[in-house]
Write a protein that binds this ligand. Sequence first.
Ligand SMILES: *[C@@H]1O[C@H](CO)[C@@H](O)[C@H](O)[C@H]1NC(C)=O
Ligand SMILES: *[C@@H]1O[C@H](CO)[C@@H](O)[C@H](O)[C@H]1NC(C)=O
Ligand SMILES: *[C@@H]1O[C@H](CO)[C@@H](O)[C@H](O)[C@H]1NC(C)=O
Ligand SMILES: *[C@@H]1O[C@H](CO)[C@@H](O)[C@H](O)[C@H]1NC(C)=O
Length: 634
Amino acid sequence: APGSALLSSPVSLLFLLRFPSATYTPRSAYPPARSFQLDYEDDCFRKDGAPFRYISGSIHYARVPRPAWRDRLLKMYMSGLSAVQVYIPWNYHEPLPGVYDFAGDRDVEAFLDLTAELGLLVILRPGPYICAEWEMGGLPAWLLWKPDIVLRSSHPAYLAAVDSWLHVLLPKIKPRLYQHGGNIISVQVENEYGSYYACDYEYLRHLLGSFRALLGTEVLLFTTDGTQVWELRCGTLQGLYATIDFGPGTPMEEEEEEERGWEGPGSVNSEYYTGWLDYWGEAHASTSSARVAQGLEDMLELGASVNMYMFHGGTNFAYWSGADFKDQYKPVTTSYDYDAPLSEAGDPTEKLFAIRTVISKFQPLPVGPMPPATPKYAYGRVHADLLDVLDVLCPSGPIQSQFPLTFEAIKQAHGFVLYRTRLPRDVLDPTTLGAPPHSVCDRGYVMLQQEYQGTLERDGQTMLRVMGREGDTLDVLLENMGRISFGANISDFKGLLGNLSLDSSPLSNWLIYPLAIDTAIQQGWPHAALPKSSSRGRAGPAFYTGTFETPGIAWDTFVKFPGWTKGQLWINGFNLGRYWPPRGPQQTLFVPGSVLHVGRPNNITVLELEGAPPTPFLLFLDQPLFNRTLTATE
Ligand SMILES: *[C@@H]1O[C@H](CO)[C@@H](O)[C@H](O)[C@H]1NC(C)=O
Ligand SMILES: *[C@@H]1O[C@H](CO)[C@@H](O)[C@H](O)[C@H]1NC(C)=O
Ligand SMILES: *[C@@H]1O[C@H](CO)[C@@H](O)[C@H](O)[C@H]1NC(C)=O
Ligand SMILES: *[C@@H]1O[C@H](CO)[C@@H](O)[C@H](O)[C@H]1NC(C)=O
C-alpha cells in the first residue's frame, strides 16, 4: 500500500515528524490535493488545507515593458511578497470587436509564466471592468459604437461583448488555477462595483455564472469594494467573498471594523494604498514610508491578508492613461509611479526597504541581495528638425460630414482626429469661434490658414476670436486625453461632441481625418521619408525629429522637455506617452533602456501640439523630475 511505502522512506519520515501527532492519520500524510479555500468557520484562508495568509503587491504588466517584467517580479519576490495581484485590461487585448492581441508586451500568459517561475502566487483581476486609472477602466472604446449602451450592466449589447471576451480569456486562465497545478489562488469578479451607480445585481450574477462556467467551481472568487456600507451593498454578491480596500491612516474604530467585516485572519485589504496617482496640473502625490510601513504592520498583526496597491506602478505609455471626473474632467499623467515601493523605473526605494523590514517580522525573507537600481544615463542634447505634415497620416483619406462626428462614430479609439472646414464668409473683425461647454473632448488645437490660433479645452476655454476670408481653411486637431476610468461618466465620448460655431452659426461641410500617427511612425516615418521642412513658426501642431546615439549599453533614462509645451514622444517607434511640463507635475518621461538601440542611431519623433522652443532639443537625465510634490504624513 502507498502508506507503508511512505513510512519506509526517510524523506517522508521527516515529513511526518513535522505534523503534531494528534492530527496524524495515515491518510493525511499524503500531500493534500492542491486547494486554496476560505475556511469560514476558522475565518482564514487554507492552502492545501493549512492556514495561509498572503502578503501581495500589485503590478500591471501593461504598464511595464516586457523586457523589464522579470526584473520587477524578482524585486517583488526579494521584498518578501508571497503573491502579486494582476489586472487584465480588456481594451489592451481586444482592440476591435473579435480582434485579439496577446503578442509581445500583451503576452499575459508569458507574464504569468514568469510569476510562476519566480515562485510567486497570483491574485488575478480579469475585470471585465478594472478601473486602474487605465483608459476607460479597461473597457474597449468600441463598446461606445453603440451610443446607448449601458456599460457595466446587464444591457444585452454589453453582456454579449463581455461574454465573447471571457470565452477567449478565461480558458487561458483555467489551467493556471492553483487547483489545476498553477499559481493563481483567487480571481476577482468586476471591480469596486458598489461604487457604480447602476447597482445591477443581474450583471454581477451573470458574471458569476460565466466565471463559474469557464473556471470551474473550486476557484476562490471574490469582490473588492470601498469600506462604506453603501459601497458594499451594490458591490457584493452571495457566493462571492467580499474584500475591501483602504489606505494607511484610515481610522479603524472597533465598531467600524465589524461593520466592514474587518475582523481577523480571513480579512483582506485588496488595495492598501502605498501612494496615489497624479493628475495633470496637480501636485505629485506622495505618502511617507513610515506611514505606509506602520499601517501594513497593524494589518499583518491582525492576521489579515494584504495586497499593496501599487508595489510597482510603471508608466501609462502611448494613450493608455485614464481620467477621473470630480466636478471636472481630470486626466491622469503619463507616469504611474504612484510613489510605490518600486519606482516607475523599477528601482527599490526607501519605502520598499521599510516594507521589507515589516514583512520580515511576519514571514522569512528570501535569501540573497535585493537587485540594485538599474543604472541610468544622461544622454545629452538632441536637436530636432521641424516637420509639419498631418494629412499624410491619414492614408484612408477624410470622411465627409455635414456636422462633426465623434471619435466613436468614425471608429477611432485613441490619439488624434483632424476636423477641417472652410470659413463660409469673410470675417474682417475678430469674431467668436466657439463650441458648447464640455463639448470639446478633450483638447482642440485650432489653426486658420495653417496659423495656430489657440486651444479649446473640455472644461476650460471654449471660444477664440478669429479673423479670415471666405474659403480660408479652418483645422481643429482634436486630442483624446484618456477616457474616464471611474464613476458614472465612463461612457466618455471623444472628439467634437457639438457644433463648432462662428458667431453662433454652426459650421458645416467638414472633412474628418482619423489620424494613424502610430502606424506611420512604426513604419519608419518621418525618418525614412523626410517630409520637407516647414517654413512656419514653432507654434501649433508639428512634428520634430532627431536622432541620438547610445554609448555602450542602453540604460534606462528620463527625458526632459526644455521649453516644449505639450505633446507626445516616440523613440524608435515606441510611444512613450504624453508630456505636458507647463501643467506638471510630471516634467520628464521614463524611457526604458529596452526601447533604445546600441550601435546605431535612435530615432526621436516629437509631436508638439502648441509650441516648441526656438532651439528644440531634449535633455536625458538619470532621474525623474516633478515640479510640485505633496506628501501625506499623518
Ligand atoms: C456625467 O457628469 C455630468 C456632470 O456632472 C452629469 O450631469 C451626468 O449626469 C453624468 N453622466 C452620467 C451618465 O451619469
Ligand atoms: C449642429 O447644428 C445642426 C444645424 O443647426 C443641428 O441640426 C445639429 O443637431 C447640431 N449638432 C449638434 C451635435 O448639436
Ligand atoms: C530610423 O530612421 C532611419 C532613417 O534615418 C530609418 O531608415 C529607420 O527605419 C528608422 N527606424 C525606426 C525604428 O523608426
Ligand atoms: C508646475 O508647473 C506649472 C506650469 O508652469 C505651474 O503652474 C506650477 O505652478 C508649477 N509648480 C511649481 C511648484 O513650480
